[in-house]
Design a protein around this ligand. Sequence first.
Ligand SMILES: [Fe+2]
Length: 391
Amino acid sequence: MVSGCIPIAVEHLQVHSEIGYDLVDAKGLLLLKAGEKISPALISQFNRRGVRTVYLRRVAGATAAEAPQGTEEGAFSAASIGNRLFSGVAALSNQLVSGKIVSTEALVQSFETVDRHCQADRFTVLADAISSSNAHEGSPHHRGMRSAMISSAVALEMDLDSRARQLLFGAALMSDISLQMPRFVELRDQELRSVEQEHELRELYRQHPESSARLLETRMPDADPTMLTIIRQSHELCDGSGFPRGLRRHLLHPLSRIVVVVDAFVRLTETDSAGENIGLVPADALAYLVLHALYGVFDLEVVKALVATTAAYPVGTAVKLDDQRQATVVRSQGKHYLDPVVRIDGQTDLVDLRRAGIRIEAPLTAKSWRRLPKSLMNRRLWEPAFAPSSL
Ligand SMILES: [Fe+2]
């Protein structure tokens, strides 16, 4: 091992995420500069060359404030929390889908891991969830994991107690479990569908919150009934335009209103494996949610909490400043959501935009994200969710 460096398995590197350390090989040669994003090409290169382990090296001259919080080992664990959760979540989902009876133990463990990291530094968890919009491509567990991680950060922003946070996490993670059932997957992946099959697919999708709750009721006997209620209402909207029952705001559990907002944010920003469905820049997705909250579709308080948690330009977003420099958002500032803390490209110092009197001019469109044309606003969110490219 290179002295003073932290070893990290290549399989734990998160594609498109940014690491606040230099990435070096076993001989200490620089592979990726701190602040740059891990590209799929870099991972492929490691795999081609049989590289299994690389090393994180603190950037020379960086102060403690610039490094992630916590111990170095702990900090990197937080940065790859999505990856660490992934295999456990996939195993749990597969057991449920194959008909096994399971306990909530794995769910609780995943919650405790994410909650602990959120309490220590929720921005790292958020950055991980937001920047991984197209990691684990094609995985049915991925959306649930992103939703659960972002929900946990929002729950802390809303000062929810531990029980509420756990219910929210479990519901966000498991609400789409019935979409992994063989019949749905078979119909969804079929290239040509008859009218009857199309109808069956739409109906399966429309009923999936109820189907997921029922599946958990029978196969996860110790699941909390409130968590199942939240799952049943995970697509109900405040103005009654949601499904399957079209319930209005006053009939919805307060935690359901959080799941539906986070689910919409995740859906709006995600990119599919084929690259056909390019996610929106997070700032545009938030703008969409704010607009529709004002129309009464989403709970405005929840959307405000999401904006306060993520900042209008969420952590990980590349932005252009009004002095024409480019930077990456690393911390939100609560109510000052237009003025986050950023790292200017090519520099290690962090800049508090509010104090520096610098404004963000616009988000920069990364390859995996695009701006939101007005004509696509509605289609993007409400497009048939069972098209292969949007699952
Ligand atoms: Fe869903």
